[in-house]
Design a protein around this ligand. Structure first.
Ligand code: HEC
Length: 136
């Protein structure tokens, strides 16, 4: 019996169907459906800060994509002034509403956001001038 439980446990752990489902999620599609009502990718903004400068801010703050994605997923689930990396944006745009998406969807879209960093604006793009919110 013990062995059966162990085998079932492992089957759950390496469930190929669940893995495939995560892999087929498409960050761009999730963004288009759930985020683009408020966010553009590049300036000018709609009702929220554009994604590319946000990706730069995340890359300045976090060394690895994993750390950045973890933080962003936590933010998307429950945005607040403490966990916002770009907290100035809250003053201008108001606080983002919590996202109703599932954890796997949030992880995929957060990874996609991280990848939207634009080398043309550069990691310094957001820091070039003190009034950097003007660029949004
Ligand atoms: C109803 C409008 C709205 C929707 C929909 C929305 N956002 Fe936001 N988002 C905002 C606003 C406003 C801000 C800026 C204020 C803040 O940080 O709460 C923001 C901020 C952010 C930030 C910056 C967080 C930080 O650390 O400062 C990220 C990243 C982000 N949104 C990603 C997303 C993603 C990904 C989606 C889709 C799953 C999404 N947003 C959907 C309005 C929205």
């Amino acid at each position: 019996m013990k062995r059966l439980v162990l085998v079932m446990g492992m089957a759950l752990f390496i469930n190929p169907a669940a893995d495939a489902a995560t892999k087929t999620l498409d960050g761009q599609a999730i963004f288009d459906r759930n985020c683009s009502v408020c966010h553009t990718v590049s300036p000018p903004p709609k009702s929220a800060p554009p994604i590319a400068p946000l990706a730069s801010r995340y890359r300045i703050k976090f060394k690895t994509k994993e750390e950045g994605v973890n933080h962003m997923v936590a933010f998307l689930k429950s945005p607040n002034t403490q966990n916002a990396v770009e907290s100035q944006a809250i003053r201008r745009f108001g606080l983002m509403p919590p996202s109703p998406l599932s954890e796997p969807e949030l992880r995929v879209v957060a990874g996609w956001v991280w990848d939207q960093y634009n080398p043309a604006t550069g990691a310094c793009g957001g820091l070039r001038n003190k009034g950097r919110m003007n660029q949004y």
